[in-house]
Design a protein around this ligand. Structure first.
Ligand SMILES: [Zn+2]
Length: 413
């Protein structure tokens, strides 16, 4: 067998292994969650609420299994039947420039992914979320969101992939370094401005209205030197009843967003305790460490790409005799999916550690936060029907936040 045959087998094996591990983890997690109402759980749910949370988990588990079976079959078929090579060859018949072939190829994949993903997200939103009382999205908003997201992916993704392909074509041995620098600059831009620029395309942000909450928030922000002008209430309630808050940005361009659902359902002191947690992410410089980590991650990937992408067997494994940047890239991404999983594990454990740190910051800087954050997190879990007994392995792979019971126990200790 030739090298490209071995590569093809490797790619197919990794897609299959990825599916099997994902499915096994989901299964273990589903089993782990099916526990009788314990004393710990009864602090959060009554029996009706708990049963509803289990049913919600099971519904999502079954639907997730169905979608991952379908998508894995489609990917395997695309590889075995040479759909990627076919698309590449068809584009080469009408487009002369290699660069434009790459850009069109990626553009078509983005649009195809958006269209084929529609039924799944429609079902998740209008059947599952609807059934459990979370959904507030109208059909009109759903369509508008999907169109905007796709246009945004095209507007950001195509120039970026075009530039990277150009660097690859022109710089050869320096590709990995310059490509990495380009991605670093782009991700720095996104870390700083991403939320500030793109979130308003999907949500309205407004300052907190005058009143008791604003007074309490103002006093806290002043005590921490956090400008109130960077704090916004977001109209999340137009899509879902679930509650949340977030911190984003760097330096002067920072933003804390509080979902309007959070403000409606929590007491003033609970909201400020959550806000203090978000300020903690800012004060403990979590965005900087996350940015650094993601840079190391892309450096590793680009170093490997610089070493391997030039190998014509990568494109040949997908059925094309013409060396092609985008086909090699697809092979590369599929072959290195185990590495991405490992990097993801590290990023998640890092993020969970940061959550504890932000909780601690809230306790240290807002009197009574221990108790208020505790009750806020409980409400948040009930309002989102969160899983209380996830499987430890599932947590390692998928959780960017600590499981709720562990987080609550940590707040009490
Ligand atoms: Zn957090």
């Amino acid at each position: 067998m030739s090298t490209s045959d071995w590569l093809l087998i490797g790619i197919l094996a990794f897609v299959a292994i990825d599916f099997l591990i994902g499915t096994l983890l989901n299964y273990l997690n589903e089993k782990s969650n099916q526990q009788p109402l314990s004393e710990q759980v009864s602090q959060i749910y009554d029996l009706t609420g708990y049963n509803k949370s289990l049913e919600y988990g099971t519904t999502k588990y079954k639907f997730g299994l169905f979608t991952s079976v379908v998508s894995t079959i489609v990917i395997l078929l695309a590889i075995v039947l040479g759909w990627f090579a076919w698309l590449d060859a068809s584009l080469r018949e009408v487009i002369r420039s290699d660069l434009m072939v790459t850009v069109s190829f990626v553009g078509i994949l983005i649009v195809l992914a958006a269209i084929t993903g529609l039924p799944t997200s429609y079902y998740a939103t209008f059947v599952i979320e609807e059934k459990f009382g979370f959904n507030k999205t109208t059909k009109k908003l759903f369509i508008a969101d999907n169109i905007k997201q796709t246009l945004l992916s095209l507007a950001l993704g195509l120039p970026l992939i075009g530039l990277i392909a150009w660097i690859y074509q022109e710089l050869n041995s320096l590709f990995w370094l310059v490509g990495w620098l380009l991605i670093s600059v782009f991700s720095l831009f996104m870390f700083i401005f991403g939320t500030r620029i793109f979130l308003p395309l999907f949500n309205k942000l407004k300052p907190l209205p005058a009143g008791e909450l604003r007074d309490e928030v103002e006093a806290y922000c002043q005590s921490q030197g956090f400008p109130l002008s960077k704090l916004w209430e977001m109209d999340a309630s137009k899509r879902s009843t679930k509650l949340n808050a977030f911190f984003s940005g760097m330096g002067k361009v920072k933003i804390i967003g509080l979902y309007d659902t959070l403000i409606q359902k929590l007491t003033t002191k609970e909201v400020v305790a959550v806000l203090a947690h978000e300020v903690g992410h800012y004060k403990r410089k979590h965005v900087y460490t996350m940015f650094l980590f993601s840079n190391v991650q892309t450096l590793i990937l680009f170093a490997l790409m610089g070493w391997l992408l030039g190998n014509p067997n990568l494109a040949r494994a997908l059925g094309s005799e013409i060396p092609s940047f985008h086909l090699s890239l697809i092979s590369f991404v599929l072959l290195f999916s185990p590495l991405s999983t490992i990097l993801g594990l590290i990023a998640n454990s890092f993020s969970r550690f940061n959550e504890y740190q932000a909780d601690q910051f809230s306790i240290d800087t807002y009197p009574g936060a221990r108790e208020h954050l505790h009750s806020a997190l409980k409400k948040l879990s009930v309002e989102s029907l969160k899983d209380l007994n996830p499987h430890p392995m599932y947590v390692k792979v998928n959780y960017s936040h600590p499981p709720i019971l562990e987080r609550l126990a940590n707040l009490k200790s």
